[in-house]
Design a protein around this ligand. Sequence first.
Ligand code: GTP
Ligand code: MG
Length: 199
Amino acid sequence: MKVEFKGSYPSIQTLPQADLPEFAFIGRSNVGKSSLINMLCNHKDLAKTSSKPGKTQHIVRFGVDNLWFLIDLPGYGYAKVSKESRKKFGEMIQDYLLERESLFCVFVLIDSRLEPQKIDLEFLEWLGECNIPFCIAFTKTDKLKPVELERNVENYKTELLKTWEFLPDIFITSAEKKLGKEDVLGFIQEVLKRSKANG
Ligand code: GTP
Ligand code: MG
């Protein structure tokens, strides 16, 4: 897998034309988006990570095998950035998700250690209302014991089934332990193959 940094853009208007499929990674600030991208790409610091929330502030594109793009997005819901910049990020993310024709699927990252959070559930709801295809990736699963992880994932599914008729694809990941790589990349390959078959 050949991955190249292709650029960092402050708005959808500044993004290059949509020519290849894009798969975007999104979630609350500090959930582990950039770390997961690095893990998928076998790269230590392709996407910049930080223990401080709010690291990624632009739409960042990585080209994979000259066939598709991985998109790193800023996190949502970080209370400590100014209201102004929270609004700016929100709009940037929303514009990208609503207007990007080449967006194939969004991976919504959820911290596996937490109870279902209102902000994530509302975000998933919004994606559904807008007909934006998504799946869920639980992050930081290395920080839990297997039984705790299972309990939290089941708990999450139960919560989702209160509003959703079907469950989305769900991936269990750990950037630390390099867990979930084959599943996520396999899913992306499958989506690409399907879209090709459908012309
Ligand atoms: P923003 O760009 O600020 O929105 O954050 P992000 O979602 O890109 O998170 P990032 O990848 O920068 O990771 C945040 C922190 O969580 C860092 O300190 C990472 O080392 C840590 N982290 C990320 N993934 C994992 C994981 O799978 N396991 C563990 N133990 N730590 C992780
Ligand atoms: Mg980041």
